[in-house]
Design a protein around this ligand. Structure first.
Ligand SMILES: [Zn+2]
Ligand SMILES: [Zn+2]
Length: 169
């Protein structure tokens, strides 16, 4: 499976925003995910933080139908105009917001649109919340195998040890 730049950036950025430590850290996450013109005013940071709460609901969804309904609700709030972009020498690819849009509109478009494409191409099973008890971090699985259940290798190992202890009393 090939994930192109936007289909991959969108869900990965969505997970990073869900896992963010607070509004101060949001701009750094945008930089890390190579979102262009990432500067956030305090108002922008507040809006992106509120959007991240909505994104978490997508990761939390228990059924595929529920997940689709939650993404559809987000899609209804973005401009949604299909827009071919060739920024930074990339081959023409689809954006769901014009490059001239402000930062919050572009973050909404790339996360909602990216999750929608990702669900449609990966059947909605490749992301969610960490399977370890007491960890509520979001993850996105862009690996070939697509069997990730934890937010990190560390959570996977911790959980394996805990299960081993339970099994052997
Ligand atoms: Zn792009
Ligand atoms: Zn975890």
């Amino acid at each position: 499976m090939i994930f192109d730049h936007d289909h991959q950036v969108g869900p990965l950025l969505a997970a990073a925003l869900v896992n963010a430590d607070g509004e101060e850290s949001l701009e750094g996450l945008l930089v890390e995910h190579r979102i262009r013109r990432p500067a956030l005013s305090p108002t922008d940071a507040h809006e992106v933080g509120a959007w991240a709460v909505r994104l978490r609901q997508v990761f939390e969804a228990e059924s595929p139908d529920d997940r689709c309904a939650r993404v559809n609700a987000l899609l209804a709030e973005i401009s949604g105009a299909l827009y071919l972009s060739t920024h930074d020498g990339t081959p023409p690819h689809l954006h769901l917001a014009p490059d001239t849009d402000g930062i919050t509109a572009r973050v909404r478009a790339v996360t909602a649109g990216g999750l929608a494409f990702f669900i449609a191409s990966a059947h909605g099973r490749r992301f969610g919340l960490c399977a370890r008890e007491r960890c509520d971090r979001a993850f996105v699985d862009v690996s070939r195998g697509g069997r990730q259940r934890y937010c990190s290798a560390r959570c996977g190992n911790t959980d394996a040890v805990a299960r081993h202890r339970r099994a052997h009393g």
